[in-house]
Design a protein around this ligand. Structure first.
Ligand code: CU1
Length: 531
């Protein structure tokens, strides 16, 4: 680092009026620094997480008891749709890109991302996209209520909110593709000398594979919603049976994107857990190579299972069998990963600071979501539980207890390095226990609701579903409030707290670098700390 610049990119002293790096707000607008951009992504995703969370609480308010209380059915459907879109594209995905920006250059010993200016552009595209999504609530007809999957033919017939939604998805897709190209190029070209791919930290491996998934499937989503757009405005009939089109084709194209998207939201989580577990078990990651191959297998298999979302569309038995078995096959590499994490902990010298609590919580509760996924994969069972709360329970176990808990685990693990301060361990543990308890109170009863036949995406229900819905709603508000603890912990760590050095996890010293290769020069241990 030069004497003129500190690590924020601020310039000091008499040369402020020269062409120094911008400061204040413009520093964030114009930054090309991977840490700044990572921070922007993380704050953006947290704001979107709160936004999507408020919509979820709107849903749970309405479902607290039978009978319409707060919203009309149309607005209720807007809430479910926008909750899904905002959480998937605004919260989970950008949060993992934030981690990628912060960690990948440091973990491979690169000075920054390969395309530093495109990195800035990738992030700032997200802001107008998010604004389009949010303001679509206020246009005539309101936000789109077609469900986050935007199924045709409904999506070809809705109001202006649908167009804003499509435009937002296009922009977010462009952002994701640019971010992915950046990650692939950085990892393939900018590793420190001697760091072969098979010596690379697991988080980089999982993101490399995720980036390929994104490059492969985001254009497919773009194609699907572009066809919806031309059906809406330009007289085409891609999904209009009356004009010779096929609405089921929309589902095929959407889920060819949508299923790999599931793994886009979980593979980087696997990467984070593969760093946290070894550090707090004080052992090297068990089965490094098998982790790489398992991750790759999951990614490849994710392309041949999409029609398990479509078992009720009328498909030949041979198709049902293929998609059922192919889906079940994914349990094999996923099991390899879970057993490797457990083998890493086996006979380890474990401690349970907040990152480890979230990591162990992840393994436990995510695995439950994996098993209900297997149950959903069984065609005859799926035909019974299609579009019920069982499916809602399943994918919230995967996305909340999976993706979100891994993001929390990684944040607690790395925030001492990001800020130079230790977070408040007591509050962190409180955040963990409140989260995991309220999470299960919210989503476990939904399994029973689904098995009893309660459909998803409805604002009202028969009275026999009342008790479990009331429990779920209480849990949801508890879960929502618990996330304010997280905000307090993060703000406290940024503002102050005990200073930490290069190795904040004393007992795990030397094991933070959990790969066969030596740490490259330009890593957390040597890179300047952000104040
Ligand atoms: Cu799927």
């Amino acid at each position: 680092m030069s004497a003129v610049l500190d690590q924020h990119g601020h310039s000091h002293g008499h040369d402020d009026h020269h062409h120094g790096p911008p400061s204040g707000l413009m520093r964030w607008v114009m930054t090309t620094n991977h840490k700044d951009i990572g921070t922007l992504y993380l704050w953006f995703s947290f704001i979107m997480f709160l936004t999507g969370g408020v919509l979820a609480l709107g849903i749970r308010m309405e479902l607290f008891q039978p009978g319409l209380q707060y919203w009309n059915p149309e607005f209720f459907n807007q809430l479910t749709t926008m909750h899904g879109l905002i959480m998937v594209f605004g919260a989970i995905m950008p949060a993992f890109v934030g981690f990628a920006n912060w960690l990948i250059p440091l973990q491979i010993g690169a000075p920054d991302m390969a395309f530093a200016r495109m990195n800035n552009w990738s992030f700032w595209l997200l802001v107008p996209a998010a604004m389009l999504l949010v303001i679509s609530f206020f246009v005539p007809g309101g936000a789109t209520a077609a469900g986050w999957t935007l199924y045709a033919p409904l999506s070809t017939q809705m109001g202006l909110g649908m167009d804003l939604g499509i435009f937002a998805m296009h922009i977010m897709g462009a952002s994701s593709i640019m971010g992915s190209i950046n990650i692939v190029t950085t990892i393939l070209n900018m590793r420190a000398p001697g760091m072969t791919l098979m010596k690379m930290p697991m988080f980089c491996w999982t993101w490399l594979i995720t980036a390929y998934l994104l490059i492969a499937v985001m254009p497919v989503l773009a194609g699907a919603i572009t066809m919806v757009l031309t059906d809406r405005h330009f007289g085409t009939s891609f999904f209009n049976a009356a004009g010779g089109g096929d609405p089921v084709m929309y589902q095929h194209i959407f889920w060819f994107f949508g299923h790999p998207e599931v793994y886009i939201m979980i593979l980087p989580a696997f990467g984070i857990i593969s760093h946290v577990v070894p550090a707090f078990a004080r052992k090297q990651l068990f089965g490094y190579a098998s982790m790489v191959y398992a991750t790759s297998s999951i990614a490849i298999l994710s392309f041949i299972v999409w029609a398990h979302h479509m078992f009720t569309t009328g498909m030949p038995a041979s198709g049902q069998l293929f998609f059922m078995y192919a889906t079940m096959l994914i349990a094999v590499p996923t099991g390899v990963k879970v057993f490797n994490w457990i083998a890493t902990m086996w006979k380890g010298s474990m401690t349970f600071e907040t990152p480890m609590l979230f990591a162990v919580g992840f393994i436990f509760v995510f695995t439950m979501g994996g098993f209900t996924g297997l149950i959903c994969a069984v065609t005859p069972i799926d035909i019974q539980i299609q579009d019920t709360y069982y499916v809602v329970a399943h994918f919230h176990y995967v996305l909340v207890a999976g993706s979100l808990f891994a993001l929390f685990s990684g944040t607690y693990y790395w925030i001492p390095k990001w800020t130079g301060h230790m977070y408040d361990e007591g509050l962190g543990k409180l955040h963990f226990w409140a989260s995991i308890i309220f999470f299960n109170i919210t989503f476990f009863p939904m399994h029973f609701l689904g098995l009893a036949g309660m459909p998803r995406r409805i604002p009202d229900y028969a009275t026999q579903f009342a008790d479990f819905n009331a429990i779920a709603s209480v849990g949801a508000f508890g879960f929502g409030l618990s996330q304010l603890i997280f905000l307090v912990v993060v703000l406290k760590a940024i503002k102050g707290g005990a200073k930490v050095g290069d190795k904040p996890w004393e007992g795990a010293e030397g094991l933070e670098w959990t790969v066969p290769s030596p740490a490259p020069y330009h890593t957390f241990e040597t890179a300047p700390q952000v104040k």
